[in-house]
Write a protein that binds this ligand. Sequence first.
Ligand code: ATP
Ligand code: MG
Length: 561
Amino acid sequence: MKKTDEQKDKVLDFIRQIVAEDLKSGKHRKPVTRFPPEPNGFLHIGHAKSICLNFGIKVENNGICNLRFDDTNPSKEETTYVESIKEDVAWLGYDWGERPLFASDYFPQLCEFAIALINRGKAYVCQLSPEEIRDYRGTLTEPGKNSPYRNQSVEKNIGLFEKMKNGEFAEGSHVLRAKIDMASPNLNMRDPVIYRILKATHHRTGDTWQIYPMYDYTHCLSDMLENITHSLCTLEFEDHRPLYDWILNALDTPCHPRQIEFARLNLTYTVMSKRKIMQLVEGNYVEGWSDPRMVTLSGLRRRGYTSSAIRSFITAIGVGKRDSWIDITVLENSIRDDLNSSAARKMCVLDPVKVILDNFPSGQVDEMEAKNHPQKPEMGTRLIPFTRELYIERSDFMEDPPRKFHRLGPGREVRLRYGYLIQYVSHTTDEETGKIIEIHCTYDPETRGGSAPDGRKVKGTIHWVSAEKCSPVTVRLYDRLFKVENPEADKEIHFIEQLNPGSKITLNRAMAEPGLVKLQPGDNVQFERQGYFCVDTEESKEGAPVFNRTVTLRDSWAKKK
Ligand code: ATP
Ligand code: MG
């Protein structure tokens, strides 16, 4: 019993350990966490780390986790982003209770708190220009200088703040600042701005407000108002923690959440910040936020990633305190593992070349039984038509194959998966291009299902479809969006120049076995020997699916390097 408890402790990351201790000691009855996105873009896989951590703690401890939109910047935020964020969090399998929360819901209270700070002599209205504020702040090595407005009377500050609020001043002319310490070694503590004038329309509060609270000020107070117990954020906020604590202490708040920082997720072959993803979208380097090559959650979903694969990826990488890079193969392997056990196997020829079986009667159709999953008989079987004319993959035939090539070529015999053994007879080529036009073979009627009664060995097995009964489909072969591990590493080269020109290849005449056209948007499938594919949710039509390659069967980048 004791041992299992210890073992359990070992697998908890450092944040979950803190939560467990706080529950054990009785400091908290249940954890209350929150995921606080700013609605200024779509969520990416980095956000999934924060979502799975915050909502995971809730689920594991029967706690609460709020979805709170940090919507304090009216000029950058849009309702479409709010909707996409809700969709992504729900898709990941999490539930935020009755309704999502918004920092803007607290604007009235935040304004009251600002007045309370002024009354306590802990905030003042400053009329320095933004440039002067910057100059007065000092540097990492030099202390700042006090603003000449720092020691104004409480009455004066109250009057000025009221006028800021009533829209009597121009943007940039006045700000409210916390009165902390202009000589603090921590720049965040040098009388930070907590309110500014913005004459912008807010997506929820419209034109009610002329002043907007700053992030640091809003965040700790929103946490406090929601009785958050553990406020989890990424490492770059470590230097903001003293300010977080200062504001709550200055107001003597009844609840004081504990801020804990963890390392953000960095993934190779991607860019992760919303600002950079926005540049890819706005510069049309990709087709929108949900482009299947993007590491946005909507892009990954459209690519064919399942939410369970993303959750197991996040579990696998863990939560730590040191910044590190995760290799993208870890993410790719998570979806391979997931689809390996769940995706039905089908046959689709991506780059077809025709094979004619000279001894197979014209018009005859043999129904071949094929397994939908080699390890899962419960997934059943299907019948696929075998006819005189077939398609095989162009790369499965070579005119002059080396010895190790175990597929089709002059003098060779090969096995057609779930079909027959076929023997090469002849082939024709286009005189101008040298491209193979068609290959003639004979089939051995004694080898139905793929084995020869005389026991002769045939090494290679290839996939095929009936040329008469197949359906042409569009297939998009997606690959990594960037050609280098860290697109931002080289200061001389802009990350846009590191885009992989081969990240999307569209095949308009792939040939699919008959049942495939019945798949529905979002369905996952394995094309045998080719990879995992998913029916595109935006461009597929009834009976004419477009397939997106989610991932190849094996990592093809490892050997390229
Ligand atoms: P970006 O840097 O991409 O613009 P952000 O931090 O500005 O992201 P927010 O909407 O403010 O985006 O983030 C919401 C939450 O998600 C924050 O708590 C933030 O720390 C967390 N988060 C953002 N990016 C990552 C990441 N790469 N890894 C882990 N958590 C992240
Ligand atoms: Mg942010």
